[in-house]
Design a protein around this ligand. Structure first.
Ligand code: NAI
Length: 248
Protein backbone atom coordinates (compact mmCIF):
# COMPACT_ATOMS: atom_id res chain seq x y z
CA UNK A 1 0.00 0.00 0.00
CA UNK A 2 1.36 3.45 -0.85
CA UNK A 3 1.30 6.09 1.85
CA UNK A 4 0.22 8.84 -0.52
CA UNK A 5 -2.40 7.50 -2.82
CA UNK A 6 -4.46 4.91 -1.03
CA UNK A 7 -7.65 6.21 0.52
CA UNK A 8 -10.05 3.41 1.32
CA UNK A 9 -13.69 4.28 1.23
CA UNK A 10 -15.03 1.37 3.25
CA UNK A 11 -14.68 1.11 7.00
CA UNK A 12 -11.52 -1.00 6.95
CA UNK A 13 -9.08 1.87 7.01
CA UNK A 14 -6.48 -0.14 8.93
CA UNK A 15 -6.89 -3.47 7.16
CA UNK A 16 -3.83 -5.62 7.71
CA UNK A 17 -2.02 -3.01 9.82
CA UNK A 18 -0.36 -4.28 13.00
CA UNK A 19 -0.62 -1.56 15.64
CA UNK A 20 0.93 -1.42 19.12
CA UNK A 21 -1.32 0.43 21.58
CA UNK A 22 -0.11 1.28 25.08
CA UNK A 23 -2.41 2.10 27.97
CA UNK A 24 -4.96 -0.22 26.36
CA UNK A 25 -6.50 -1.47 29.61
CA UNK A 26 -8.42 1.74 30.20
CA UNK A 27 -9.78 4.98 28.83
CA UNK A 28 -8.51 6.36 25.54
CA UNK A 29 -6.19 3.42 24.80
CA UNK A 30 -8.94 0.88 25.35
CA UNK A 31 -11.48 2.66 23.14
CA UNK A 32 -8.82 3.20 20.46
CA UNK A 33 -8.01 -0.50 20.46
CA UNK A 34 -11.68 -1.36 19.89
CA UNK A 35 -12.02 1.17 17.06
CA UNK A 36 -8.83 0.03 15.38
CA UNK A 37 -9.99 -3.61 15.53
CA UNK A 38 -13.26 -2.59 13.84
CA UNK A 39 -11.16 -0.89 11.17
CA UNK A 40 -9.30 -4.12 10.43
CA UNK A 41 -6.12 -3.67 12.46
CA UNK A 42 -4.34 -6.43 14.31
CA UNK A 43 -3.71 -4.86 17.70
CA UNK A 44 -0.85 -5.50 20.11
CA UNK A 45 -1.99 -4.19 23.47
CA UNK A 46 0.32 -3.18 26.30
CA UNK A 47 -0.50 -1.99 29.80
CA UNK A 48 1.08 -2.31 33.20
CA UNK A 49 -2.30 -3.50 34.51
CA UNK A 50 -2.17 -6.99 32.98
CA UNK A 51 -5.38 -8.22 34.67
CA UNK A 52 -7.50 -5.32 33.45
CA UNK A 53 -6.06 -5.72 29.98
CA UNK A 54 -6.86 -9.43 29.93
CA UNK A 55 -10.41 -8.82 31.15
CA UNK A 56 -11.08 -6.00 28.68
CA UNK A 57 -10.08 -8.06 25.63
CA UNK A 58 -11.01 -11.59 26.77
CA UNK A 59 -11.80 -13.84 23.83
CA UNK A 60 -10.85 -11.27 21.18
CA UNK A 61 -8.20 -11.74 18.53
CA UNK A 62 -5.49 -9.56 20.07
CA UNK A 63 -1.97 -9.86 21.41
CA UNK A 64 -1.87 -8.60 25.00
CA UNK A 65 1.11 -8.08 27.28
CA UNK A 66 1.43 -6.70 30.78
CA UNK A 67 4.44 -4.39 30.85
CA UNK A 68 5.47 -1.17 32.54
CA UNK A 69 6.65 1.10 29.71
CA UNK A 70 9.30 2.72 31.92
CA UNK A 71 11.19 -0.60 32.00
CA UNK A 72 13.07 -0.24 28.76
CA UNK A 73 14.59 -3.74 28.70
CA UNK A 74 11.22 -5.39 29.27
CA UNK A 75 9.62 -3.19 26.64
CA UNK A 76 12.22 -4.33 24.08
CA UNK A 77 11.54 -8.00 24.89
CA UNK A 78 7.75 -7.70 24.85
CA UNK A 79 7.71 -5.77 21.58
CA UNK A 80 10.08 -8.25 19.92
CA UNK A 81 7.91 -11.18 21.00
CA UNK A 82 4.74 -9.50 19.78
CA UNK A 83 6.31 -8.55 16.45
CA UNK A 84 7.39 -12.12 15.95
CA UNK A 85 3.87 -13.37 16.77
CA UNK A 86 2.11 -11.11 14.27
CA UNK A 87 4.93 -10.81 11.72
CA UNK A 88 5.78 -7.12 12.12
CA UNK A 89 4.63 -3.73 13.37
CA UNK A 90 3.10 -0.96 11.23
CA UNK A 91 2.10 1.61 13.81
CA UNK A 92 2.17 2.73 17.42
CA UNK A 93 -0.33 4.54 19.62
CA UNK A 94 1.23 5.83 22.83
CA UNK A 95 -1.73 6.28 25.15
CA UNK A 96 -0.26 5.06 28.46
CA UNK A 97 0.12 7.92 30.86
CA UNK A 98 -0.38 9.18 34.37
CA UNK A 99 -1.75 12.45 35.70
CA UNK A 100 -0.30 14.36 38.62
CA UNK A 101 -1.35 17.66 40.11
CA UNK A 102 -0.22 19.43 43.24
CA UNK A 103 1.61 22.48 44.48
CA UNK A 104 5.12 22.79 43.08
CA UNK A 105 6.61 23.25 46.55
CA UNK A 106 5.30 19.81 47.56
CA UNK A 107 6.27 17.99 44.36
CA UNK A 108 8.69 15.28 45.49
CA UNK A 109 11.60 14.25 43.27
CA UNK A 110 10.02 10.78 43.11
CA UNK A 111 6.72 12.13 41.81
CA UNK A 112 8.48 14.39 39.31
CA UNK A 113 10.58 11.50 38.02
CA UNK A 114 7.60 9.13 37.85
CA UNK A 115 5.54 11.50 35.69
CA UNK A 116 8.44 12.22 33.34
CA UNK A 117 9.40 8.52 33.26
CA UNK A 118 5.95 7.27 32.28
CA UNK A 119 4.65 10.05 30.06
CA UNK A 120 7.85 11.03 28.25
CA UNK A 121 10.55 8.38 28.66
CA UNK A 122 8.09 5.48 28.37
CA UNK A 123 6.69 6.94 25.17
CA UNK A 124 10.19 7.13 23.74
CA UNK A 125 11.15 3.60 24.84
CA UNK A 126 8.10 2.10 23.14
CA UNK A 127 8.77 3.92 19.85
CA UNK A 128 12.44 2.99 19.93
CA UNK A 129 11.65 -0.67 20.62
CA UNK A 130 9.28 -0.75 17.62
CA UNK A 131 11.72 0.94 15.22
CA UNK A 132 13.28 -2.16 13.60
CA UNK A 133 9.82 -3.16 12.30
CA UNK A 134 8.48 0.35 11.63
CA UNK A 135 11.55 1.13 9.53
CA UNK A 136 11.19 -1.95 7.38
CA UNK A 137 7.76 -0.91 6.00
CA UNK A 138 6.96 1.39 3.08
CA UNK A 139 5.04 3.48 5.55
CA UNK A 140 4.47 3.36 9.27
CA UNK A 141 2.87 5.68 11.78
CA UNK A 142 3.32 6.79 15.36
CA UNK A 143 0.70 8.78 17.27
CA UNK A 144 1.53 10.08 20.72
CA UNK A 145 -1.06 11.26 23.20
CA UNK A 146 0.14 14.56 24.62
CA UNK A 147 -2.32 16.96 26.27
CA UNK A 148 -3.74 20.44 26.25
CA UNK A 149 -1.58 20.81 29.37
CA UNK A 150 1.47 20.55 27.12
CA UNK A 151 0.14 23.15 24.69
CA UNK A 152 -1.27 25.66 27.15
CA UNK A 153 -0.12 24.88 30.71
CA UNK A 154 -2.02 27.73 32.31
CA UNK A 155 -3.56 25.99 35.33
CA UNK A 156 -1.88 25.67 38.75
CA UNK A 157 -0.30 22.43 39.96
CA UNK A 158 0.65 21.06 36.56
CA UNK A 159 4.45 21.46 36.56
CA UNK A 160 5.42 17.81 36.13
CA UNK A 161 2.47 16.77 33.95
CA UNK A 162 2.73 19.81 31.67
CA UNK A 163 6.50 19.39 31.34
CA UNK A 164 6.05 15.73 30.41
CA UNK A 165 3.40 16.51 27.80
CA UNK A 166 5.31 19.49 26.39
CA UNK A 167 8.16 17.02 26.07
CA UNK A 168 5.92 14.63 24.14
CA UNK A 169 5.04 17.41 21.69
CA UNK A 170 8.74 18.23 21.14
CA UNK A 171 9.61 14.53 20.90
CA UNK A 172 6.92 14.11 18.24
CA UNK A 173 8.43 16.85 16.08
CA UNK A 174 12.01 15.66 16.59
CA UNK A 175 11.08 12.10 15.61
CA UNK A 176 9.00 13.27 12.64
CA UNK A 177 12.18 14.88 11.30
CA UNK A 178 14.40 11.97 12.28
CA UNK A 179 12.28 9.11 10.99
CA UNK A 180 10.94 10.60 7.74
CA UNK A 181 10.06 9.76 5.07
CA UNK A 182 8.70 6.31 5.77
CA UNK A 183 7.56 6.83 9.37
CA UNK A 184 5.07 9.63 10.09
CA UNK A 185 4.97 10.84 13.69
CA UNK A 186 2.14 12.99 15.04
CA UNK A 187 0.50 13.75 18.34
CA UNK A 188 -2.95 14.57 19.64
CA UNK A 189 -3.60 16.98 22.51
CA UNK A 190 -6.88 16.13 24.21
CA UNK A 191 -8.59 18.45 26.63
CA UNK A 192 -10.55 16.78 29.42
CA UNK A 193 -11.76 13.32 28.38
CA UNK A 194 -14.34 11.16 30.13
CA UNK A 195 -12.02 8.38 31.38
CA UNK A 196 -10.95 7.03 34.79
CA UNK A 197 -8.02 9.48 34.70
CA UNK A 198 -10.42 12.39 34.72
CA UNK A 199 -12.36 11.04 37.74
CA UNK A 200 -12.01 13.53 40.55
CA UNK A 201 -11.11 16.43 38.26
CA UNK A 202 -13.72 18.98 37.39
CA UNK A 203 -13.16 20.63 34.03
CA UNK A 204 -14.25 24.22 33.70
CA UNK A 205 -16.05 23.65 30.41
CA UNK A 206 -16.69 27.38 30.24
CA UNK A 207 -13.17 27.49 28.77
CA UNK A 208 -14.17 25.05 26.04
CA UNK A 209 -15.80 26.46 22.90
CA UNK A 210 -17.90 23.28 22.67
CA UNK A 211 -18.87 23.52 26.39
CA UNK A 212 -18.35 19.85 27.18
CA UNK A 213 -15.60 17.32 27.81
CA UNK A 214 -14.75 14.66 25.23
CA UNK A 215 -15.88 11.10 24.84
CA UNK A 216 -12.77 8.89 24.45
CA UNK A 217 -14.05 7.80 21.03
CA UNK A 218 -13.55 11.37 19.80
CA UNK A 219 -9.84 11.12 20.60
CA UNK A 220 -9.69 7.62 19.10
CA UNK A 221 -11.17 8.85 15.81
CA UNK A 222 -8.52 11.58 15.54
CA UNK A 223 -5.87 8.91 16.06
CA UNK A 224 -7.53 6.74 13.43
CA UNK A 225 -7.10 9.60 10.95
CA UNK A 226 -3.43 10.04 11.90
CA UNK A 227 -2.79 6.28 11.65
CA UNK A 228 -4.62 5.70 8.37
CA UNK A 229 -3.42 6.69 4.90
CA UNK A 230 -6.02 9.48 4.91
CA UNK A 231 -3.37 11.54 6.71
CA UNK A 232 -0.63 10.57 4.24
CA UNK A 233 0.82 14.10 4.05
CA UNK A 234 0.68 14.83 7.79
CA UNK A 235 3.77 14.47 9.97
CA UNK A 236 5.14 16.38 12.95
CA UNK A 237 1.65 17.72 13.60
CA UNK A 238 0.15 18.58 16.97
CA UNK A 239 -3.59 18.12 16.70
CA UNK A 240 -5.63 19.70 19.48
CA UNK A 241 -8.73 17.57 20.08
CA UNK A 242 -10.05 19.64 22.92
CA UNK A 243 -13.40 21.16 22.05
CA UNK A 244 -11.68 24.48 21.46
CA UNK A 245 -10.02 24.92 24.85
CA UNK A 246 -6.61 26.00 23.57
CA UNK A 247 -7.25 27.90 20.35
CA UNK A 248 -7.62 31.28 21.99
P1 NAI B 1 -6.55 6.06 32.01
O1 NAI B 1 -5.99 6.22 33.38
O2 NAI B 1 -7.96 5.71 31.83
O3 NAI B 1 -5.65 5.03 31.20
C1 NAI B 1 -4.25 5.08 31.22
C2 NAI B 1 -3.73 3.66 31.08
O4 NAI B 1 -2.29 3.76 31.05
C3 NAI B 1 -4.09 2.75 32.26
O5 NAI B 1 -4.65 1.55 31.78
C4 NAI B 1 -2.79 2.52 32.97
O6 NAI B 1 -2.68 1.25 33.59
C5 NAI B 1 -1.78 2.67 31.82
N1 NAI B 1 -0.45 3.00 32.32
C6 NAI B 1 -0.12 3.98 33.20
N2 NAI B 1 1.19 3.95 33.45
C7 NAI B 1 1.71 2.92 32.73
C8 NAI B 1 3.00 2.38 32.59
N3 NAI B 1 4.05 2.86 33.27
N4 NAI B 1 3.18 1.33 31.76
C9 NAI B 1 2.12 0.81 31.09
N5 NAI B 1 0.87 1.27 31.20
C10 NAI B 1 0.66 2.31 32.01
O7 NAI B 1 -6.21 7.45 31.31
P2 NAI B 1 -6.69 8.06 29.91
O8 NAI B 1 -7.54 9.21 30.20
O9 NAI B 1 -7.12 7.02 28.98
O10 NAI B 1 -5.28 8.65 29.41
C11 NAI B 1 -4.64 8.22 28.23
C12 NAI B 1 -3.64 9.30 27.82
O11 NAI B 1 -4.37 10.49 27.53
C13 NAI B 1 -2.64 9.67 28.90
O12 NAI B 1 -1.38 9.87 28.32
C14 NAI B 1 -3.17 10.98 29.44
O13 NAI B 1 -2.15 11.77 29.99
C15 NAI B 1 -3.78 11.57 28.19
N6 NAI B 1 -4.77 12.59 28.43
C16 NAI B 1 -5.91 12.31 29.14
C17 NAI B 1 -6.84 13.29 29.39
C18 NAI B 1 -8.10 13.04 30.15
O14 NAI B 1 -8.79 14.02 30.49
N7 NAI B 1 -8.46 11.80 30.45
C19 NAI B 1 -6.61 14.66 28.89
C20 NAI B 1 -5.42 14.85 28.13
C21 NAI B 1 -4.53 13.84 27.92
Amino acid sequence: MSNNSSIQSDSQRLAGRRIVITGAASGIGRVTARLFMEEGAKVILLDRNADALQTAFEGLDTVVAGVDITRDNEVVKVIAQAAETVGGIDGVINAAGIMFTGPTADLSPQSWRQVIDVNLSGTFFVIQACLPWLKSNDFSTVVNVASGAGLLPNAPGLAAYAASKGGVIALTKALAADLAPNIRVNCVCPGMVDTPMADGFRANVGNYALKRIADPAEIARAMLFLTSSESSYVTGATLAVDGGRTFH
